[in-house]
Design a binder for this molecule. Sequence first.
Ligand code: BG6
Length: 460
Amino acid sequence: MKVEFPKTFFWGAASSATQAEGRLVDDGKGENIWDYASKEYNHRFYDGVTTENTSLFYRDYQQDIQKMQDISFNSFRTSLSWSRLIPNGTGEVNPKAVKFYNHMIDELIAKGVEPFINLYHFDMPMALQEKGGFENKEVIQAYKQYAETCFELFGDRVNYWFTFNEPMIPAEAGYLHDRHYPYVVDFKRAAMVLHNIILAHCEAVNVYREMKLAGKIGIIMDVIPVYPRSQNPADLYAAEMADLFYTKSVNDAILKGQYPARLKEVLEEYDQLPEVTEADLALISATSIDLLGINYYRPRRVKAKECLPNPDGVFSPEWFFDEYVMPGRRMNTSRGIEIYPKGIYDIAKKIQTEYGNIDWFVSENGIGIEGEEAFIEEGMVQDDYRIDFLKEHLTYLNQAMKEGSNCLGYHMWTFVDCWSWGNAYKNRYGFYRLNLATGEKSVKKSGVWFKETIENNGFD
Ligand code: BG6
């Protein structure tokens, strides 16, 4: 049986500025929160490896884009670095950054690779973080100006724009779960950050519309589909709450133009409601996107809470559900997460039934593996596990498309093994292996397989 995709399907991979470019502060780049955390908190990164250690896309972009063409990508997503382009977050634009991004975009187009450009992938300029980052409403205006600058500079050639990658993560990881700088643990502050990110998204979309550019604009969400342990009402309640906090809160705001009423009720009950004005709600309700990106890595299995939370502890969505370790679940033990290819089908169905069957694409999906050097034979990583992973997910995606889902493409995470926010290089995700000692980038077996898949619009 052939799993066949439309000829117009977008095939490629995703990456981000901080994870791939390399810091090169002396080329006019300002500091962002990752550069700062790299200096001050380097124990928080796996093996102490920080943002200085990237695949140097900033220097090698021409060879890298050639490598994309070598495996037949027709599209590629990366982000612009706000602090490279506008070193202080507001004000002067760095001409060297403009030159770099112009060359990068032109090179992608010249090689037949459609640029998908994202404005923000977790990397707040430090000068703005010092003013409170997205807790501070002024930063929304700074982000709006940054977006407008990007649209002015590159909007003539970029047809696909994204305002944020995973808007939930800066709020959740930075203000609740102690994973990203500023390592705050405070639900109400996290909720404020999330709300302000949603407002910043709306402002950018509206600026883009006002500029009457010809492309499309959207956002990239991380969606973790939730599955209850059983149909027992207590387990169902746990699932409802996990979904409400981690998915519906953002998805409903962006795709339905309003926060779920249930969320407001719960937050009011626990005195956790951030400051939200009528004008904010009007802005959210008046904004709509053209294209949705979905990052999918894993499911979330939950069960009813076994112990009551400590009422004096920090309020958290985890007050309402416990993680459920399903017997026999299939794990990616390197990353400690479950592999569940059908999740991609379930997400597609939800977009179709709950969110108006909007145009969307898989903006990230992939498998991070520790110790991939053990799989090198004849100079190539023989990552059959990655090929299997891709085939299974693509097969479910294809099924959903046959049932009417408007999925326009599939981007793997990631192109070349890249540095990651806490895990650094612990788990390798790329189609190309990065040799950290020499900087050499060599294609893996999955890259060769992906090339054939793109050229055949599918696989057997
Ligand atoms: C995604 C992020 O959620 O997960 C990427 O958008 C990140 O930036 C990827 O690198 C993999 O994360 P990790 O923590 O497994 O390296």
